[in-house]
Design a protein around this ligand. Structure first.
Ligand code: UT7
Length: 322
C-alpha cells in the first residue's frame, strides 16, 4: 500500500517578529538566538487564528492538486494549539472548505504530519482514494512569553497536503514512541471542579521543555530514523536528494547532516525565517520547496520528525508531482 502527495499548501501570519524585537522585553539577543538556534525571524498571529491559517493552507493544497471539496474522502487534522479543543481542527476545516466527508484529528505533537501520512496510508487500504491532511499551530499561545528558553524558538503556521492512493510510488516508514511526560509537556487547565482534590499542575497551558534533553533525543531519533527507513526501503543515503526535517534548531539539523555524511544543502532548513512551527514545519517546508521548484518528479526524499510523546518518525518517498 502506498501513496503520493498531489497537492501542498501552507499559510503563515503576516506579522514577522525579529530577534531584536524579542530582546526588547526578554533577556535575550539576536546573537544568542542566531548562534544557538539559527532563528532570525518568526511569524506570529495577531488577528488570525489556527483555523484561518489551516483553511488557507488546505485550500491552497486542494488548488495545487486540482481537486475540489467534493473530491476529498477524509480530512485528518492535527494541532496542539488550535482555536478550540472541540470541535476538532479537521471539522473546522471541513466546514470552511465546504466538504461533507469524515473528519477527525490525531496528535503526535511536532511529529504529527508523518503520523497523518501513515494514518492516510491505512485508510487507503480500506478503499479511500484521496485524503486531505492539515496541520495548524499557533505556538505563540502555548509559550510563556516570560520564558526566554521557549519563547524565542517557536512560530505560527499551517501546512496541508492532498494525498492519493498510489501503489506504484515508493513509501516506507519507521516510527518510534517512548511515553515520557518529563521532557516536553503542556498541562491542561485545572478546571474549577469543587470535587478535585489533587494538586494543581504548574504552568497550565504553557509549553514546558527540557531543551538539552530534547536536543539529544532529536539528533539520535532523526539520524537513526533516516538510516532505518532507508534500510527498510533497500536504499542508500546516496539515493536521497533531500532530507525534509522537523525544524527545531539549526544545530540539530547540522549535527544530523554531519552524522549521515550529507551536505548541509541537502537537509532543508527554513528555520531562520519561521522558527519551530511544530506539526506545520514539514508541510510548510515542502510547500516552500514546491514553490521554488526544488523537487522534480521522481526525486527521493526523506521526511523526519520528533517531538513530545516522545515520538519520532521517518518516511522515505518519491516526489510524484509534475
Ligand atoms: O519541537 C519541539 C522540540 N524542541 C526542540 O527541539 C528544542 C531542542 N533544544 C534546543 O533547541 C536548545 O536546547 C534550546 C534552544 C532550547 C536551548 O539552547 P541550549 O544551547 O541548549 O541552551 P541551555 O539550555 O544549555 O542554556 C545555556 C544558557 C543558560 O544560561 P546559563 O545558565 O549558562 O547562565 C540559559 O539560561 O543560555 C541561557 N539561555 C538564553 N540566553 C539568551 C536560554 N535561553 C536563552 C535565550 N537568550 N533565549
Amino acid at each position: 500500500m502506498s501513496l503520493r502527495i498531489t497537492g501542498i499548501g501552507s499559510c503563515v501570519p503576516s506579522k514577522v517578529v525579529s530577534n531584536d524585537e524579542l530582546s526588547k522585553f526578554l533577556d535575550t539577543s539576536d546573537e544568542w538566538i542566531s548562534k544557538r538556534v539559527g532563528i532570525k525571524n518568526r511569524h506570529v498571529c495577531t488577528t488570525e487564528g489556527v483555523t484561518d491559517m489551516a483553511v488557507t493552507a488546505a485550500k491552497a493544497a486542494m488548488e495545487d492538486a486540482g481537486v475540489g471539496a467534493g473530491d476529498i474522502d477524509l480530512i485528518i487534522g492535527s494541532t496542539v494549539s488550535g482555536d478550540m479543543l472541540l470541535p476538532t481542527l479537521s471539522c473546522l476545516v471541513q466546514k470552511n472548505i465546504g466538504a461533507t466527508c469524515m473528519a477527525f484529528d490525531i496528535s503526535a505533537a511536532c511529529s504529527s504530519f508523518l503520523f497523518l501520512l501513515e494514518t492516510a496510508k491505512a485508510y487507503f487500504s480500506i478503499g479511500m482514494k484521496r485524503i486531505l491532511l492539515v496541520c495548524g499551530e499557533q505556538m505563540s499561545r502555548m509559550v510563556d512569553w516570560t520564558d526566554r528558553s521557549c519563547a524565542v524558538i517557536f512560530g505560527d503556521a499551517a501546512g496541508a497536503a492532498v494525498v492519493e492512493k498510489d501503489d506504484s510510488n515508493l513509501y516506507e516508514s519507521v516510527f518510534s514512541v517512548s511515553g515520557n511526560d518529563d521532557v516536553i509537556k503542556i498541562n491542561m487547565p485545572f478546571g474549577n471542579s469543587p470535587f478535585k482534590t489533587a494538586e494543581q499542575p504548574e504552568n497550565p497551558m504553557f509549553l514546558q521543555m527540557k531543551g538539552q534533553e530534547t536536543f539529544k533525543y532529536a539528533v539520535g531519533a532523526m539520524s537513526s530514523g533516516i538510516k532505518d527507513v532507508l534500510s527498510k526501503a533497500h536504499l542508500n543515503i546516496s539515493d536521497v536528494k533531500y532530507i525534509v526535517p522537523h525544524q527545531a534548531n539549526q544545530r540539530i539539523l547540522s549535527f544530523t547532516a554531519e552524522r549521515l555524511g550529507l551536505d548541509e544543502g541537502q537537509v532543508i532548513s527554513i528555520i531562520s525565517e519561521y522558527g519551530n512551527t511544530s506539526s506545520s514545519s514539514i508541510p510548510l517546508a515542502l510547500n516552500i520547496m514546491n514553490e521554488n521548484k526544488m523537487l522534480k518528479k521522481g526525486d527521493v526524499f526523506v521526511m523526519t520528525a520528533f517531538g513530545a510523546g516522545l515520538s519520532s518518525g521517518s518516511i522515505v518517498t518519491k516526489w510524484a508531482k509534475d
